[in-house]
Design a protein. Structure first.
Lengths: 576, 654
């Protein structure tokens, strides 16, 4: 937080200054009012001087007006500054994340990055707003109040020495007890929500196994648990407000008593006593506000740290300083002795991988989970950068090409199909912005998506919700494939994206793709033997190394790993 | 770390802490029937009726005592003031003498002021009286605090018990809803009702209900006290009341639209961020990065505009109230000062009044805020009530038959079923499945293969025909009795948060340790479990990363082994599982199927070939039926399916 705030607040120095000055004005006016009131009582009421009352009363009104104006202008600037701060931090985070490679995104995880850019920014932004209103004025009012109280009567002010620690101590004790309780409460809330989520997700299993009674007990336990904890917290707070009010009120009684003694002895005027009472309330209220506000600080500081952590990342993959001139588009792809390891990892994910793929060829990559297949294909569009060796597209090292140019040559269908909120057409057009409706239909037909899109009442304009949550997994996958087909890249990369399709659709899709991609380089990562057996070249990966390269027939002869994969999918009797 | 839920669940934007200004909460969604739902929500408090009365009573006592405070303080001030005046007057003189003397000396005003007092010239300050008043005052404050505490303490119990019951009702309801409800409603929506909405009601019930009682009582009480103290000053203050209420309402109304805009735009920005970050690789590789940054920039700017306006407008409330309050304060000082001067009022009254006027604005602002929050809670309550009002599963038969053991003979006779009235799905389907045989269901994605499963388990009720087990119509059994005959393994393995042991034991109530481990061995997951640091005590859940998809599948197979049912429903996985686990799953599944009647949603050739009956489904209905050989000979849909996937592979592999 110590770095985040100065960095992003610097552009608003002038606004901050205005706010602080205005808050100061406001605080001073607030402190001045009881003095005026005291004057009215001492010099006006006690002397029976009506003219004085009216005159000072008028002054009070002017001060009030001034105070209100200052407050509104201060709110204007503090709201503007705090929200601009939030906007800037959000913007910086977004731009930073957009420069990330897949490695950095994976390190934090997309959900965490999202939380940091949304909730965490909001936390810090609210803290800034609070700071610009309450946190600055509370100490001013407190110090000013104490100063004025001393001026009214120094001896009576000694009472503050007793009252203030009592008040702060009490609040601190309550807050210290409350914080772990709140944390526990959050855990319990998450718990009951998790149970609900599980029950909804597993509703078929629960009913099939006839475990409704068990589930009811499980829910009841979490419900009991949550209720007990909530009661604890709320009962603590039930005590807090009455207790604080009691401290405030008893302080008033004490001041009144000792004040009366002083007034009786002629050591203090009645007007000063009433003013003192007002100051007392002001001081105690500012202490209360400050304490509550400072409870927010640790939480916001944690958020600020999480934000700073993202901003501090230097992305591993960057734009080359002087990009190589774009090579002619041929669609050749060459991997030269590739190594890849995550920084600090003992074991490389991939090592010593070489192969070449040319236009019109289909290259398949197989291997069990964890063999490094997905990592391998991410090296091509530079979602990750190799640790050793070279990836060459059209004869140029991808690290020397401008990223935009590189990406224009590649069409990727990731393992987890991802669609953007919009329509069917807008998602397909993400591949080619100026694609005509006919082009879009064609792409859909190739991707075996034409039928289900035609079945949708809105057709191409059928809405797609964020991530594609409103269509089935298989449909999502086909739309993602259509997007790449519309793009017509030189190099197609299908990262295990046929798995969500049944074998019938899978077969039809591959047949249609074959015609579409006849002059392009195609890279297929897959698990199913049926999907890849016709490839011109099959690369078998095992534990990050190439275990064999060849056609289906060749590999059945020579490669043990490949045979194992084939046998696992077709029973022995079928292969034999 | 407060990470987000998966995207499927609609999230309410996270609001700032609730003690902030009114209008800072998410906008109150409009309820369809505010009155009706409010009534119903209040009716839920009925079991707490007696306690609520006590709460109200305690509230009244607490407020009365709080309100009496300033009056008593003012009284003490009067005594002090009289004492001070008395000190200045010659001892022994009577009040009349003093007043007469003052008038003679031309100090008419002072005389007027003193005429309203009980003077005892020369007596000095009556400390005993002040002490008595302040002692009493201290007691009053303590009593008020104790009652206030007890009120809130009881209120906490009332609110929590009410919420406990509501959650319980919702949970019970979920168990009684037909599966159709869950299939028709997005899971995120249902989840949001049972979590977010309930949280929202709980929060409001806890905080606002107690507060609004106190706030309204305070407003009434203060009003009475002001009127009894001084009608004139009360009238002046009363001008301030509608003024401040109107001002607050105006500002709140205006900030409401701004806050609505803020939440709407926050939602859009959050959604966009989530989308772009989740689809990071797509955004990059499709060259959309620049466009994403531009789009975000403009969304971000719009959000800034809205938040700034919302916070500025709501930020005006405080200074405006302060201004009105101070205006009132000055007015009281001037009029009160004049009143004291001409003896129609005591200094203590004025003092008390100032405090009252301070106490007045706060509950008014508070009420405005609470009304807003209540609206949102009622809208939430309405959504929960909607769920509670949904039609439940049809009643069970009055005298159900009981099948404790079964051979597993299943017959479907002329079964027809449709999800929608005008879209027949299954028409006059008849199959006989002898005990121990396997039925494979095949067909393209989305062909409706799970429909059959739904009917067998009576997740859905058939429209016509009969399904019988060992000759008994399944509708003559209770649902629970029927389902006890079945075991199920879904391709999306479902684990709940708990140990591996608990997850396997889910298959059978009261399973012993040996039975659990035997089931795990049979499912070939025993070895894997022992590789985990905590073995069977390892905690897993649906999003667990310490267990792979394939291993989860094995755990659910172990669950089915433990249940040891006569009839099985299996859904073969299509998702990528690594080779070794795949082998284990196949072996475990075929062991599991041995000797049991099985329905398999099949994706593997071997399963299909070995099945006694194959049901070929397309577009939601069964288009072909028979065994492998007869279907191939028919040269229909199945034949094409088989050719496209398997034949070539077989030829080349052989």
């Amino acid at each position: 937080m110590r770095r985040l705030l100065p960095t992003f607040l610097r552009p608003y120095r002038r606004q901050l200054l205005i706010v602080v000055v205005l808050l100061l004005v406001q605080a001073l006016a607030n402190l001045y009012l009881p003095t005026l009131n005291a004057d009215i009582i001492n010099n006006g009421v006690a002397m029976g001087d009506t003219a004085y009352i009216v005159r000072v009363g008028g002054l009070m009104l002017v001060v009030t007006l001034l105070m209100g104006a200052a407050a509104i202008v201060a709110v204007y600037w503090s709201a503007k500054t705090a929200m601009a701060f939030g906007r800037d931090v959000r913007g910086a985070l977004f731009r930073t994340v957009e420069s990330f490679s897949q490695m950095e995104v994976n390190r934090f995880g997309a959900p965490s990055l999202t939380t940091r850019t949304t909730n965490d920014v909001q936390q810090v932004q609210m803290l800034v707003l609070m700071a610009l209103t309450v946190m600055i004025s509370a100490p001013i009012i407190m110090i000013g109040g104490i100063f004025m109280a001393l001026r009214m009567n120094a001896r009576l002010s000694l009472l503050l020495v007793v009252i203030l620690p009592l008040m702060v101590g009490f609040i601190a004790v309550v807050v210290r007890r409350a914080v772990p309780m709140f944390r526990a409460l959050q855990v319990k809330l998450d718990g009951i929500n998790r149970v609900m989520r599980e029950k909804l997700a597993g509703i078929r299993v629960i009913r099939a196994f006839d475990r409704t009674a068990y589930e009811e007990r499980r829910f009841q336990e979490t419900n009991d648990d949550l209720t007990a904890t909530t009661l604890q917290v709320t009962r603590l707070f039930a005590l807090m407000m009455p207790a604080i009010m009691l401290i405030l009120n008893l302080s008033t009684v004490a001041v009144m008593w000792f004040g009366s003694l002083l007034v009786g002895n002629g050591q203090m005027s009645i007007g000063n006593l009433t003013a003192f009472l007002t100051y007392l309330l002001q001081i105690l209220f500012s202490v209360l506000m400050a304490t509550i506000m400072f409870v927010m600080v640790p939480r916001a500081a944690a958020s600020a740290d999480r934000i700073q952590e993202v901003l501090d990342v230097v992305p591993a993959v960057g734009e080359p300083e002087t990009p190589a001139p774009p090579p002619a588009r041929q669609g050749t792809l060459e991997l030269r002795d590739i190594d890849f390891r995550y920084p600090g990892a003992d074991e490389p994910v991939l090592s010593g991988i070489s192969f070449t793929a040319g236009p019109g060829e289909v290259t398949a990559i197989v291997g069990s989970t964890g063999s490094g297949k997905s990592t391998l294909v991410q090296l091509i569009p530079r979602l990750l950068d190799v640790s050793g060796g070279q990836v060459l597209v059209d004869g140029v090292d991808v690290r020397e090409m401008s990223q935009e140019d590189l990406w224009a040559r590649i069409g990727l269908v990731p393992q987890r199909a991802f669609l953007f909120a919009g329509t069917v057409a807008s998602n397909v057009r993400d591949g080619k912005e100026d694609a005509s409706d006919d082009d879009v239909w064609h792409a859909l037909a190739v991707a075996q998506g034409r039928d289900f899109v035609e079945d949708m009442p809105e057709g191409l304009e059928a809405p797609i919700s964020q991530g594609g949550a409103n269509v089935s997994g298989g449909q999502r996958q086909r739309l993602a494939i259509a997007r790449v087909v519309a793009k017509r890249p030189e190099i197609y990369i299908f990262d295990d994206c046929f798995a969500a399709l049944d074998f019938m659709t899978d077969a039809k899709l591959r047949a249609a793709l074959r015609a579409e991609t006849s002059d392009a380089t195609v890279l297929i990562v897959a698990q199913r033997v049926g999907t890849i057996m016709h490839a011109d070249r099959i690369v078998v990966l095992a534990e990050g190394r190439v275990d064999g390269i060849g056609t289906h027939d060749e590999l059945l002869e020579t490669c043990e790993t490949y045979r194992e994969i084939v046998y696992s999918q077709l029973s022995a009797e079928e292969v034999a | 770390m407060n990470e987000r839920q998966p995207a499927a669940e609609p999230r309410r934007p996270m609001g700032p802490p609730r003690f902030a200004h009114p209008g800072m909460m998410p906008p109150a969604e409009k309820s369809k029937d505010f009155r009706g739902s409010t009534r119903r929500l209040l009716l839920r408090l009925r079991p707490e009726g007696a306690k609520l009365l006590v709460v109200l009573l305690f509230g009244v006592v607490s407020v009365i005592f709080t309100i009496v405070g300033p009056k008593m303080l003012g009284h003490a001030m009067d005594v002090l003031f009289e004492g001070v005046v008395n000190q200045k007057l010659p001892a022994g003189a009577t009040q009349e003498q003093v007043l007469a003397q003052l008038q003679v000396s031309g100090q008419d005003q002072l005389a007027e002021m003193l005429s309203g007092m009980h003077l005892d010239p020369g007596a000095g300050v009556d400390f005993a009286e002040i002490g008595r008043i302040l002692g009493l005052l201290a007691i009053v404050y303590v009593v008020s605090a104790v009652f206030g505490w007890m009120q809130q303490y009881l209120m906490a119990g009332i609110a929590q018990r009410t919420m406990y019951r509501l959650r319980e009702d919702v949970d019970r309801k979920l168990a009684r809803l037909p599966l159709r409800y869950f299939d028709d409603h997005p899971r995120g929506d249902v989840l949001s009702r049972v979590t977010n909405d309930i949280d929202n009601i709980s929060m409001t019930l806890q905080q606002s209900l107690g507060q609004i009682v106190t706030a309204v009582l305070t407003i009434v009480g203060v009003l009475i006290m002001m009127l009894t103290s001084s009608v004139l000053l009360a009238l002046i203050s009363l001008i301030a009341v509608p003024l401040s209420f109107a001002a607050t309402m105006q500002i709140v109304k205006r900030s409401q639209t701004q806050f609505a805009a803020q939440w709407e735009r926050t939602g859009r920005v959050d959604g966009y961020i989530e989308e772009v970050f989740t689809g990071h690789e797509i955004v990059k590789v499709f060259g959309k990065r620049r466009r994403a940054i531009e789009t975000f920039g403009s969304l971000n700017e719009q959000l800034y505009e809205a938040t700034f306006r919302a916070h500025f407008i709501s930020g005006i409330i405080q200074p405006s109230m302060m201004f009105i309050s101070n205006l009132n304060y000055v007015a009281i000082c001037i009029v009160g000062g004049l009143g004291v001067t001409n003896g129609t009022m005591s200094l203590g009254d004025v003092q008390a009044f100032i405090q009252y006027s301070r106490q007045f604005t706060q509950p008014i602002t508070q009420t405005a805020a609470i009304v807003n929050q209540l609206q949102s809670a009622v809208a939430s309550a309405e959504r929960v009530f909607e769920l509670l009002d949904e039609a439940e599963e049809e009643l069970e038969v009055a005298q159900p038959e009981v099948l404790t053991t079964t051979e597993g003979r299943i017959a479907l006779q002329d079964v027809s079923f449709r999800y929608l009235p005008d879209a027949p799905l299954i028409e006059e389907l008849s199959i006989e499945v002898p005990a121990g045989e396997t039925v494979a269901i095949v067909g393209p994605t989305g062909a409706g293969k799970t429909t059959l499963v739904n009917l067998l388990l009576r997740f859905y009720e058939i429209d016509e025909g009969t399904i019988s087990i060992d000759g008994v119509d399944t509708r003559r059994l209770t649902r629970s009795g029927l389902r006890q005959l079945f075991g199920m393994v879904l391709q999306d393995p479902w684990l709940f948060h708990g140990t591996i042991r608990d997850n396997i034991a889910y298959g059978r109530e009261g399973a012993t340790e040996e039975q659990i481990e035997a089931a795990a061995r049979a499912a070939r997951v025993d070895h894997f479990v022992h590789t985990l640091p905590d073995g069977y005590e390892t905690v897993v859940d649906d999003e667990a990363t310490n267990v792979s998809q394939g291993e989860k599948q094995l755990l659910t197979i172990a669950r089915a082994f433990l249940a040891d049912p006569q009839i099985l429903i299996l859904d073969e996985a299509t998702s990528s599982v690594d080779t070794r686990t795949e082998v284990l799953i196949r072996a475990a599944m075929s062991d599991l199927m041995r000797g049991r009647t099985s329905f398999v949603i099949a994706h593997r050739l071997s399963t299909v070939r070995d099945a006694h009956t194959i049901l070929v489904m397309d577009h939601g209905s069964i288009i072909e039926q028979g065994d492998h050989q007869s279907l191939l000979e028919r040269r229909g849909f199945y034949h094409d399916l088989y050719e496209s996937q398997f034949v070539e592979a077989l030829e080349e592999a052989s």
